[in-house]
Write a protein that binds this ligand. Structure first.
Ligand SMILES: Cc1ncc(COP(=O)(O)O)c(C=O)c1O
Length: 395
């Protein structure tokens, strides 16, 4: 081994010892429901394609049509020559969906959070370091943006608007701009932030509320609008319920103009390519028609949660399509995930640092592609695991 890399090698070896090492598993997916690994099919419980849209004919057709008509790439950043005509039309659809005056498309959800927050917290623009209040379990990309901006975060207890109110009182300062950051649906817990209460606090304290609506857009809220009403600035992605890729910021015209001038992640990155824009555009058109699919996902999720709890599993605060089965240790989560695989279900073990120590879990995601029989099989597999655990504990 090259001696210059020995520290990285030692780091990887420690991850392996702690059951925290990650690997890239090659998969094949030709359907929203089934995933193939090593030639074996599994029911896919690990995808965020909540409505199964990535295989929808309307998205595929528009993606192909726009690739043929406009090419496979946009050729440049949006500020150079990449701002193709369809951006404006899609942004108007997103702004209408989110009931915001304007919207701005960006390359990915991670890039949007990382880049937009860095731009928003610019001390040179604000005159002083802003006060940033964050839910303790916010997504890594939001932390990344805060870190890139070099701001301290006041982290309130998960979903706890009361704690947020205390922190807002304690740290109030007329000279410093204040921001509140939260997800609407939390990606690893499937629980929902009290956005109306948080929005009320933001108004009372003159703070700007930024909501990451990644896991609600398309699947929750009236007509799939998401759960971001009351936010000043909404960040979301087309990579989950909308079945493709890319991200948006929905906000005021002023914020949009500011980001166009100050957000490095937009300015210095190539614009989304036409086929992706085609898929986004078709998904936005479909959303109002997908009420039955949304209801199906909600029903499957409620059934799964109820039955998993009945078997003795902890599903944290989930009330959405994301249902974690919390095992505690990383080792236990890996074992449960492996047991599900043996039974033909692919659900990923989620371990620190993605989730806090002692809360490793198998993240199960229900989608419109699943059948009631899939759920029965999954619950049988969970039941068998619960029995094995009980037997092991009694021996
Ligand atoms: C809450 C949240 N925000 C942002 C992202 C990043 O979105 P994307 O996958 O489009 O980069 C994710 C996805 O992992 C997420 O869960």
């Amino acid at each position: 081994m090259d001696g210059r890399e020995s520290r990285y090698q030692a780091f990887l070896e420690k991850l392996s010892r702690d059951h925290l090492r990650r690997d890239l598993t090659e998969v094949a997916a030709r359907h929203a429901r089934i995933l193939e690994v090593g030639g074996r099919p599994y029911v896919n419980l690990a995808s965020n394609d909540y409505l199964g849209l990535r295989f929808h004919e309307a998205l595929i057709e528009r993606a192909c049509a726009w690739a043929r008509e406009f090419g496979t790439g946009s050729g440049a950043s949006r500020l150079v020559t990449g701002n193709l005509g369809m951006f404006g039309a899609i942004e108007r659809k997103v702004a209408a969906l989110k009931k915001q005056p304007a919207a701005l498309l960006m390359a990915s959800g991670f890039q949007a959070n990382a880049g937009v927050l860095k731009a928003l917290f610019d001390t040179a623009v604000l005159g002083a370091e802003p006060l940033v209040f964050s839910d303790r379990l916010n997504h890594a990309s939001m932390h990344f943006g805060c870190q890139a901006a070099g701001v301290h975060q006041f982290r309130y207890r998960h979903l706890d608007a009361g704690h947020l109110a205390v922190l807002l009182e304690q740290h109030a300062s007329p000279d410093r701009a204040a921001f509140i950051l939260t997800e609407s649906v939390f990606s690893m817990d499937g629980d929902v932030a009290p956005i109306p209460e948080i929005a009320q606090l933001a108004r009372e304290h003159g703070a700007i509320l930024v909501v990451d609506d990644a896991h609600a857009t398309g699947i929750l809220g009236e007509g799939g609008r998401g759960l971001s009403d009351g936010a000043d600035l909404v960040i979301g992605t087309f990579s989950k319920a909308l079945g493709s890729f890319g991200a948006y910021v929905a906000c005021s015209e002023t914020m949009r103009d500011y980001l166009v001038n100050r957000c490095g992640a937009l300015i210095y990155s190539t614009a989304l390519p036409p086929p992706v824009l085609g898929a986004i555009d078709a998904a936005l058109d479909l959303l109002p028609t997908l009420g039955a699919e949304r209801k199906r996902v909600a029903d499957l999720s409620a059934h799964f949660r109820r039955e998993a709890q009945r078997l003795g599993y902890d599903t944290a605060g989930s009330s959405t399509q994301i249902v974690p089965v919390v095992s505690g240790s990383a080792d236990d989560a890996l074992r449960l995930s492996e047991a599900l695989r043996e039974a033909g279900f692919w659900a990923t073990a989620i371990r620190p640092p993605t989730v806090p120590q002692g809360t490793s879990r198998v993240r199960c995601v229900l989608t419109a592609a699943h059948t009631p029989q899939d759920l029965d099989g999954l619950l049988d597999a969970l039941s068998a695991s619960a029995r094995r655990l009980a037997d092991a504990a009694s021996n």
